[in-house]
Design a protein. Structure first.
Length: 104
């Protein structure tokens, strides 16, 4: 899961590029995991990252139309491929799907 992932995010307004990055604090990769997502909405840190082996979840605060909304990112990795959803906690907001790869 660690590293940088190049994403294609399929929103109701079209497909958009993004970058998702994970790394560990501390020596020998034994520290806490941290990460961020970079998109047309900015470069935003991830919080509450949970690593479940081949899957993960995290929380991100997104600024949209002058307001800040929390979103849950859930995904799974298989080799150098990643896919998942972003669920913005906003009434009637659809789950946003993403796919991507980890460049070599």
């Amino acid at each position: 899961m660690d590293g940088t992932w190049t994403l294609e995010v399929a929103t109701p307004f079209g497909k958009h590029p993004a970058t998702l990055s994970f790394e560990r604090d501390g020596e020998a990769n034994e520290g806490a995991r941290r990460g961020h997502i970079k998109s047309r909405l900015g470069n935003v840190p991830l919080t509450d990252i949970k690593d479940h082996g081949d899957s993960f979840s995290a929380i991100v605060a997104l600024t949209l139309q002058g307001g800040t909304y929390e979103a849950t990112i859930e995904g799974q990795t298989e080799g150098d491929e990643i896919s998942g959803t972003i669920n913005v906690k906003f009434p009637l907001a659809p789950k946003i799907k993403f796919t991507g790869t980890r460049p070599n």
